[in-house]
Design a protein around this ligand. Structure first.
Ligand code: FCB
Length: 457
């Protein structure tokens, strides 16, 4: 176990340590103060979609425990909090009337952070699309991108004066491929044509969102949070290496290409371009506006081999075996080196702005025993990934902060409440929060910052 003070010496004094959450995963109060359903409310009420048929009705009851939770964040000694805003609280039908009470909640949240001297990192879209927008096709419809632009303008107009940074989207890979091609997340679609529409309109919505932020507050740092895959080819063979390149273009290039280069990858276009929606004249310029920062969410690498099945759909890959057997309780391979390889590869291929690790953390489900949660493996996971981050800083990469996923155990999407990622344990019966061993360790590290001397060794 790395001593937090020794680790702290490896980071510059203005490096931000934070914790992260998302609205649907913690808020509960899904019917309060004018909120209407999102696609996740509907999805989690459909049998067979979410483990145990869990839903977000109560979650961590954060909506009703805001002040206590802000005190909890402060007690962890962190400088920043990453949270997301629930579109169905702000514009409950996606388009149409604005709900002032929804805006009031985030007003209180942001004011509460300022009062505690904690920086506010807001995400505009962390997957809770207003259900009413499905009537037009959801993310497969161009109109949703315009609805997102208006929602963004509404939020930023109210909160932009007090936010420290804003991200348009969280993990477009999930809201596009996982939600529209693999059917695992809401709306549970399994269709390449729908997924390609969601891809382009999500990218477009991101660009329109950037414009909306800048119209309201030109100096507010705006970015996007992506979960790029670090792809390892299953072997050195030419076919597997080529499979790795196709996987890169599909999983990463579909977003990094348009956003950071103003173009979709060649391989993706030649395989699937005819099934994409029409790209209008200004779309690529809107999507590729220069960003102030980007966020990386990293948990585990992706290992792929060529899929030899004749006619296999692009990217025509199959999963390859992990190289080590260490897995978290959700089954994800632990491989910290991949975080370093990922950041190096992406910076080689694209010209990227300042970077925050907006999510990193591990699922371990141990509970409270005698008032204590001994989650040593999570602590090791976080400290190993922070050591890689410190290496990247030493190599000159502009890594500016790290947000642990998550502040507390919460609704883990299709896995429901069984999978726990918090550095704080939540007892869902009593809503009691217990800081885990990893949380105490993280606090010791975080409270060393900000340091006077902004240099790292
Ligand atoms: C990411 C999500 C986040 C959380 C973690 C474990 O993909 O952004 O909401 O579920 O995984």
């Amino acid at each position: 176990m790395i001593d937090p003070k020794t680790l702290a010496d490896r980071f510059p004094g203005d490096f931000l340590f934070g914790v992260a959450t998302a609205s649907f995963q913690i808020e509960g109060a899904t019917k309060a103060d004018g909120r209407k359903p999102s696609i996740w409310d509907a999805f989690s009420n459909m049998p067979g979609r979410v483990h145990n048929r869990d839903n977000g009705d109560i979650a961590c009851d954060h909506y009703n425990r805001l002040d206590d939770d802000l005190d909890l964040i402060q007690s962890l000694g962190v400088q920043a909090y990453r949270f997301s805003i629930a579109w169905p609280r702000i514009i409950p039908e996606g388009t149409g009337p604005i709900n002032e009470k929804g805006l009031d909640f985030y007003d209180r949240l942001v004011d509460g952070l300022k009062a505690r001297n904690i920086k506010a990192f807001a995400t505009l879209y962390h997957w809770d699309l207003p259900l009413a927008l499905m009537g037009d096709g959801g993310w497969a419809a161009r109109s949703t991108a315009h609805a997102f632009q208006r929602y963004t303008k509404t939020v930023i107009n109210r909160l932009g004066d007090r936010l420290d940074a804003v991200a348009t989207f969280n993990e477009p890979w999930c809201s596009v491929w996982l939600s529209h091609l693999y059917g695992i997340h809401a709306p549970g679609e399994r269709n390449m044509d729908a997924a390609l529409h969601a891809m382009h309109y999500t990218n477009l919505a991101h660009g329109l969102g950037v414009s909306a932020v800048r119209e309201e507050y030109p100096n507010l740092p705006v970015g996007i949070v992506i979960n790029p895959m670090h792809i390892y080819a299953g072997s050195d063979s030419a076919v597997d290496q080529e499979a790795g390149e196709r996987a890169f273009d599909f999983h990463n290039g579909a977003f990094f290409g348009p956003i950071f280069k103003g173009e979709y990858p060649e391989r993706l276009l030649s395989a699937l371009g005819s099934r994409m929606p029409k790209v209008e004249a200004d779309d690529m310029a809107i999507i590729s506006q220069k960003l102030d920062w980007w966020g990386v969410n990293y948990y585990t690498p992706m290992r792929v081999s060529d899929d030899p099945t004749p006619g296999a759909e692009f990217p025509a890959t199959v999963s390859a075996k992990p190289v080590n057997d260490i897995k978290t309780d959700i089954g994800w391979e632990v491989f910290p080196e991949a975080l370093g390889d990922l950041i190096r590869t992406l910076n080689e291929r694209y010209s990227l702005p300042d970077c925050y690790i907006t999510e990193n953390g591990a699922c371990y489900n141990m509970g409270v025993e005698n008032g204590v949660v001994d989650d040593q493996p999570r602590l090791d996971y976080i400290s190993d990934h922070l050591a890689v981050t410190a290496d990247l800083i030493k190599e000159g990469y502009p890594m500016k902060g790290y947000f642990a996923w998550s502040l507390m155990d919460n609704f883990e999407w299709a896995e429901g409440y069984t999978m726990r990622f918090g550095i704080v344990h939540v007892d869902y019966e009593t809503q009691l929060r217990t800081i885990k061993k990893s949380g105490h360790w993280y606090k010791e590290l975080a409270e060393q910052f900000p340091k006077g001397n902004h240099k790292a060794g």
